[in-house]
Design a protein around this ligand. Structure first.
Ligand code: TMP
Ligand code: ASP
Length: 256
């Protein structure tokens, strides 16, 4: 598998050339980073869990008509996706104050927001993903006004759907980050949901105990990250036995 051409390597994932033109293989690593890579660790089993959870969420979102890059899961760590041109903007949707919003505006973590709030961050490791406005996005041509509208309406739909889905399994979706790409089909282009949606890029709190079931366990040195992600998978009805096994390489699984 290492002879495959590596198209891109990020902090938590690698993209390889896919089996057909216009496809890529998205490989989930066990690496966890925070605060723009100042903090870094390998957490065995994280990649397998994120692959499975993200597959499930992208499939469910596809089922309600949200356009995504996802095609199918290939094995424990990898999924087949459509090749898209990633828009260099991270879209964050928040329902409850936490993290950088709490810090910036002095809001207690856990405060319900008057309505869902959307924010944009420019994807740049050198700059540490600074927050930007629609004005920056259009002035610097990172995305056109219509593309911003499309990203915002999809992000809100994703938020509504995931809020309900997680509520049904006793989890509050506090906030999440999503990314979009341009998918070219013949001469037409559309904006699709890309990257991943997993506990690495969401805040997920248990409704009853307020326990954190997301990457804040790593950011804040709380420990028990794999157990928390496993709990999210379990509540979603996903069976991920021994996510830490088979570090050697991919193992084919039957698709459902
Ligand atoms: P924040 O409170 O640190 O701004 O994060 C908001 C949400 O976005 C949280 O669910 C974590 C997620 N996020 C990422 O997935 N990647 C990032 O680089 C950042 C800064 C946040
Ligand atoms: N993803 C970012 C990093 O790896 C920030 C974060 O998730 O806290 O540094």
């Amino acid at each position: 598998m290492n002879r495959r051409r590596r198209v891109y390597e990020g902090k938590a994932k690698i993209l390889y050339e896919g089996p057909e033109p216009g496809t890529l293989i998205q490989h989930f690593k066990d690496d966890a980073t925070a605060f723009n890579n100042q903090k870094h660790a390998k957490i065995e089993g994280k990649g397998v869990l994120n692959n499975r959870i993200s597959e499930y969420l992208f499939q469910k979102l596809g089922d309600i008509g949200v356009p995504t890059h996802f095609i199918k899961r290939m094995n424990m760590r990898e999924q087949l996706v459509r090749e898209v041109e990633i828009i260099p903007v991270e879209v964050v949707v928040r329902n409850v104050a936490a993290g950088s919003l709490s810090k910036r505006l002095g809001l207690d973590e856990g405060t319900q927001l008057p309505r869902s709030i959307m924010e944009f961050y420019y994807k740049s490791d050198e700059l540490g993903d600074p927050m930007v406005s629609e004005e920056h996005i259009t002035a610097f041509n990172w995305a056109a006004p219509q593309e911003i509208d499309d990203m915002m309406s999809v992000a809100l739909r994703v938020n509504d759907f995931l809020t309900g889905l997680f509520l049904g399994i006793g989890i509050r979706l506090v906030d999440f980050k999503c990314e979009f790409g341009r998918l070219w089909e013949n001469d037409t282009m559309r904006i699709v949901l890309a990257d991943e949606i997993s506990p690495d890029c969401c805040r997920l709190w248990d409704i009853e105990t307020e326990d954190k079931l997301d990457k804040d366990r790593f950011r804040r040195d709380l420990g028990g990250l794999v157990e928390a992600y496993q709990e999210v998978a379990r509540r979603l009805g996903l069976h991920v036995d021994n996510p830490t096994q088979n570090q050697g390489g991919p193992v084919l699984v039957r698709s459902q």
